[in-house]
Design a protein around this ligand. Sequence first.
Ligand SMILES: [Zn+2]
Ligand SMILES: [Zn+2]
Length: 164
Amino acid sequence: MNDLGPDYGAVDDDMFVARYRARCHCGAVCYEVGADPVDAKICHCRTCQSLHGAPMQWAAIFHKRHVRMTRGIEHLRFYSGVLDRPGRVPPCKVSCALCGTPVADEGRRMWLAFPTLFEFGAKGEIPEAFRPTCHIFYGQRVVDVDDGLPKWSGHKNASDKIDV
Ligand SMILES: [Zn+2]
Ligand SMILES: [Zn+2]
């Protein structure tokens, strides 16, 4: 296995033009994306909090065809937070087995990348398309965020908004 499957960009596809590159902390796992994300959100759900060891998770969403692994696919570890067991059953968590970095969430149709793994050039400026558009599962938050973005109690456009 040298790629993530037919839904994803192929390593030998000459038409694939890398736009941004991402890597885990140890560098064993590297991948690239060939487009801007379609959306970016910050999730405050309990599952993200525990699986990331962090108060919230920032994810940028890509179509799978715009994602391709360039190194370390053999080091990927998959875990289903839904089934509570290891395994590649989307939606599932993808991490580096060597350093433990959460690499992405693999959805059924989309790849939810973590922008903090990306190299954004010398100045490290976050491209506009990666900026969060909202907070989701804000009802489960452990810290308040005063940034003026919409706050949803659950999923975006499918739950109540929380006034802050
Ligand atoms: Zn790693
Ligand atoms: Zn979450």
